[in-house]
Design a protein around this ligand. Sequence first.
Ligand code: SF4
Length: 311
Amino acid sequence: MRTYIFGPVPSRRLGISLGVDLTPTKTCSFDCLYCQLSKTRFHTSLRSQFCDPADVLKELKAVLSEIARPDWITISGTGEPTLHSDLGLILAEIKKLESAPACVITNSSLMYLPEVRQELMLADRLLPTISTVNERSFRRIHRPTEDLRLEAILEGLQLFSRDYTGAIEVEIFVCPGINDTPEEISGLRDYLRSLPNLESVYLNTAVRSALEGEIATADQGLLNSFRAALNLSVPVTTAFEHSFIPPRGSNWNRPAVSSDILKLLLRHPCSEKQLEQVLSSAPDKIIELLGELAAQGKIKQASNGDWVLTD
Ligand code: SF4
């Protein structure tokens, strides 16, 4: 039974991505309006050794021996990975494996800490979220812990980007009615232009089944006008322009079992097609496993057709 490694998952931006989860379920410094996982259970900005790095690496090596080389090993998961106090050590060990480049997906909340910036230097790619430069909107969208201040976070990412040699792709989560005003977008534009090593920007929106009803989805028209108003020289892509289906299967060397599906859905709602690809399984097999899990009441189909865990 796996505890820390999940997937490979079909990532819209990373292709076949093998996930590393360093925090207990839904331990996060934010409680975002749009979070697809659930309400944050452990709301904290304090770093801690949530799990033993040796256990994580042992499990990672075992999974890597079962699958074809993934495109990325991605530290993300069911909470905020920079909360793990051994992130730097884990990243260094992952790089020694030379199995795939290492990526970190972060909500940026701890970028104000010099030690976090130092540890993240080891990643080959960083996907930080910055959805606004306005403190009020920040608190409304992300519902951070009391102590976090947006100004310090923005400054931290600026400092980081000056020295970082990897690729930075900033995610903006577009929340209609909150961060899509001309003032919000021009603030983001000025900030993003101040990041020296920015490679690209990704406009995300609530396309997956999340806490449905809490936040509206930005349609492609709104994302297009947001992109035009940003007027950046780096590539800006939107959620709808990335395929949900990975370009190739992940070549597992054993048949998929129901626990593979449960582990995947814990972090990532999936369609049947996605499950076929990432688990390298025939459609009939996936339908059979999904049917069993649904009959047991463990999973259900969301309104957009994705499969999700039953709460
Ligand atoms: S930062 Fe990520 S995990 Fe944390 S609440 Fe926001 S979306 Fe969910």
